[in-house]
Design a protein around this ligand. Structure first.
Ligand code: ACO
Length: 335
């Protein structure tokens, strides 16, 4: 799916924010838990540490802090928000949705709120949905949260997965832009290839394999992945997504100020940059401090680069995502 957006209204990003839980899990901590070591993890992934939510802290709690920061930057209150999308695969519970919990926590009006499940591509999917509601003129301010508390779904006896993931949340307020305002979402392109769904799965806990003693014995309540296959697909798909976004807008790679890709693995990002013929110094990287935080990874990386003064207002920025599903997508915006 793609659009180049000839609608009457356009979307601007009026506020952004992110939140990382206080507790840090270092590579040295992991050395004590599984047969791994700091050098291997840094060399193969680039990750130094990741943040882990405390017991009882869910996606709505992390998302609340990120949303408050985004609202402050946008100079808006929770009452101004017309719609909430929480992009997550690790919501507080199955029902009600984390978006409804967040709506109540923030003190919003009785507004349209739902969770969106697209794994690591969730935030780009969510931004695209928000953009559609702004473009039709239906809403003025949409809160999009990418949040994950992944650690309960990670097997800390499986060295291939437990080194990768962390918890975090990021939030953007997508707002109706004033006429002729130049800093808007220019395009989004979303994809999914369900045929490759078995590369990264969390088998149990749904309607097909409900919780049971067997689930716990087989450890199917934890994520399972085919790392090398994911790696190859991530590079190919994110490179294609980058080309698709630029081709749709007639933009050349050198015109893009920053590429903010899903933060899966440093080698994946370097490989995408090389295939896309894009300078690595213009690729935003935060995974050394966060690990892979799935739907939170793009807004968290973006906010960290903004706080550091790298990303600035008015710059041309390309988001590229890839995740379980397999889902993927891109979004080009002038920030
Ligand atoms: N510590 C030490 N050794 C390890 C570890 C570890 N934590 N994990 C695996 N190894 C070993 C393997 O057992 C293997 O040993 P062997 O050669 O004796 O068989 C060796 O290291 C090499 O294993 P590979 O799987 O070839 O290592 P690779 O360089 O591919 O790195 C990794 C593995 C980091 C998982 C990589 O494939 C990757 O990042 N894949 C993408 C995963 C991903 O992003 N998943 C997220 C889900 S989707 C998404 O977010 C986009």
């Amino acid at each position: 799916m793609g659009h180049d957006g000839a609608g009457e209204f356009r979307s601007k990003i009026s506020g952004i924010g992110s939140y990382l839980p206080e507790k840090i899990l270092t590579n040295f901590d992991l050395e004590k838990m599984v047969d791994t070591n700091n050098d291997w993890i840094i060399e193969r992934t680039g990750i130094k540490h990741r943040h882990i939510a405390k017991d009882g802290e869910g996606v709505s709690d992390l998302g609340y802090h990120a949303a408050q920061k985004a609202l402050k930057m946008a100079n808006l209150t929770a009452q101004d928000i017309d719609m909430i999308i929480v992009c997550t695969v690790s919501g507080d519970q199955v029902m009600p949705s984390t978006a409804c919990v967040l709506q109540s926590k923030l003190g919003c009006r009785n507004i349209f709120s739902f969770d969106l499940s697209a794994a690591c591509s969730g935030f780009v999917y969510g931004l695209s949905v928000a953009d559609q509601f702004i473009r039709t003129g239906m809403y003025k301010h949409v809160l999009v949260v990418g949040g994950e508390v992944l650690h309960p779904f990670v097997n800390y006896e499986d060295r291939e997965t437990c080194i990768l993931f962390g918890d975090a949340a990021g939030a953007w307020i997508v707002s109706r832009a004033e006429k002729e305002y130049p800093n808007v979402i220019m395009s989004s392109h979303l994809h999914a290839d369900g045929n490759l769904g078995d590369l990264f799965v969390l088998p149990a806990g749904g309607s097909k394999i409900p919780f049971s003693a067997e689930v716990l014995a087989n450890k199917t309540q934890y994520v399972k992945m085919k790392g090398r296959e994911i790696f190859k697909n991530a590079v190919r798909t994110m490179t294609d997504c980058c080309h698709e976004a630029l081709n749709a807008n007639g933009v050349k790679p050198h015109e893009v100020d920053w590429l903010v890709p899903h933060q899966a693995n440093l080698r994946i990002l370097e490989s995408v940059a090389s295939h896309f013929e894009f300078p690595t110094e213009k690729v935003v990287v935060s995974l050394h401090e966060t690990g892979n935080t799935s739907a939170a990874s793009i807004p968290v990386a973006f906010d960290m680069a903004f706080q550091e003064g790298k990303i600035k207002r008015g710059q041309l920025i390309l988001l590229a995502a890839f995740g379980a599903g397999l889902t993927s997508g891109s979004l080009l915006l002038r920030f």
